[in-house]
Every structure is written in C-alpha cells, then in structure tokens.
Design a protein around this ligand. Structure first.
Ligand SMILES: C[S@@+](CC[C@H](N)C(=O)[O-])C[C@H]1O[C@@H](n2cnc3c(N)ncnc32)[C@H](O)[C@@H]1O
Length: 205
C-alpha cells in the first residue's frame, strides 16, 4: 500500500475546480472554520503550522490570530490560489507557504499552534502515528494542537476521520482541552501537557 494518498489525486481535483471542497462558498465550511477558531484557547499565537492548507481560506483566518503561519500543501495550484488570497486579504507578510507533504520532515523550529484540519485521513495508520509524534515534538510545552475531520467514511481515503481522532486521542504528550462533535465533523483541541483553562488564565476560576 502507498504510505499516503498520491498527490496526483489532489492535482486532478484542483485541475477540475479551483475550490474542490467549496471552502469559499459553503455555510458548512464557514461554520466549521468559525467553530475551529473559536475553540482555540489563546487569543493570539506566535507561530502556527497548517499542513494541507489548500487554497488558504483557513490560513487567512489563522494569520489574523498569529504572528507567523507556516502553511504547506502538495499541490502547486492550490498554493498559488492561497498566495493570491493571502495577498488580497492583506496577510501575506505573515504567512510562509511551501510545497511539502506531511510525510516530509516538519519545518524547523517550534510552533505554539498546530492545525490539522481535514488532512490526517490521507495518511496510513503507521504514517499518522509518525506524524503525530512529530507534531508533539514540534509543539511548545503548553502549545495548542487542533484536529478537525469529516466523520463520514470516504472510500478513497486510507482511513476514516473517526479512526484519526481516536489515534490523536491516544497520542502521548497531548492533553485534551476541548471538543465539539456533530453528525458531520469532530473538532478536538489538545495542549502539549496540561494548561490552565481559559477562565483560569483570566483569573475567573
Ligand atoms: C480537504 S483540504 C483541507 C484544507 C484546509 N486544511 C482546511 O481545512 O480548510 C486537504 C488538502 O490537503 C492536501 N494534502 C493531501 N495530502 C497531503 C499530504 N500528504 N501532505 C500535505 N497536504 C496534503 C490536499 O492537496 C488538499 O489541498
């Protein structure tokens, strides 16, 4: 079995449509992004990593909450769209875009936010475990990791979103800080090690 889905699968999708998942148009996506951003425990982050950034819709939102965002994808065309969007939205100077796979070594340096949104089910279980180990290593102590995935099975994908979130939950070093679930997607927020709750951080509890 290949160890991750062939980038050609995604290249074909972007050749057929500039926005294959309807990130720009669908209320489903807008709502999911709003929930993802609202679930982040800190108002602001120093340096985020978003692998599988696609056309940069979530990336632009993250750039408004972060000093720096490193965002990667396996499809050059998606990255070109992301670059245009980030420029249009006036946040390009905060984002470093790169052509890379989650199977590649992670960008050097530490992150205080790792966003794994709709990308982990493209990996086999063995590669997912390796990737999550790298995520924990790259995350600063107290930093945030968010995982968001469609829960309905997709026959072409090596694993389901449900299996992905079970594996993330079992990863050493991650402490669950919050979750949202509905019939379509799961959103899980972790920190590297326990941190005070949002209310405790502001002296409310
Ligand atoms: C469903 S989109 C998710 C976009 C974005 N993270 C979001 O939630 O809006 C998945 C993206 O992951 C990219 N991708 C697929 N396999 C990948 C891999 N092994 N490493 C990095 N990106 C990958 C695809 O090209 C596609 O743009």
């Amino acid at each position: 079995m290949v160890s991750a889905m062939d980038p050609g699968y995604f290249e074909t999708m972007y050749a057929d449509s500039a926005d294959p998942w309807g990130f720009d148009e669908r209320w489903y996506e807008r709502r999911k992004y709003a929930l993802t951003l609202a679930a982040l425990p800190r108002p602001h982050y120093r340096r985020a990593f978003e692998p599988g950034c696609s056309i940069g819709v979530l990336t632009a939102h993250l750039a408004r909450r972060c000093d720096r965002v490193v965002a990667t994808d396996v499809v050059p065309r998606a990255l070109e769209s992301a670059r245009d969007r980030l420029r249009r939205e006036g946040v390009a100077d905060r984002v470093e875009l790169g052509l890379a796979s989650l199977l590649d070594p992670w960008p050097p340096g530490a992150f205080d936010l790792v966003v794994l949104s709709e990308v982990l089910y493209y990996l086999t279980p063995a590669d997912l475990a390796t990737t999550l180990g790298r995520a924990v290593d790259a995350l600063e102590v107290g930093g945030t990791l968010v995982a968001v995935h469609w829960q309905h099975p997709v026959p072409e994908y090596p694993q389901t979103g449900r299996a992905v979130h079970e594996t993330v939950a079992a990863t050493d070093g991650l402490h669950r800080a919050g979750a949202y679930q509905d019939a379509d997607f799961h959103l899980d927020v972790y920190t590297r090690g326990p941190v005070p709750s949002v209310a405790a951080a502001e002296g409310l509890s």
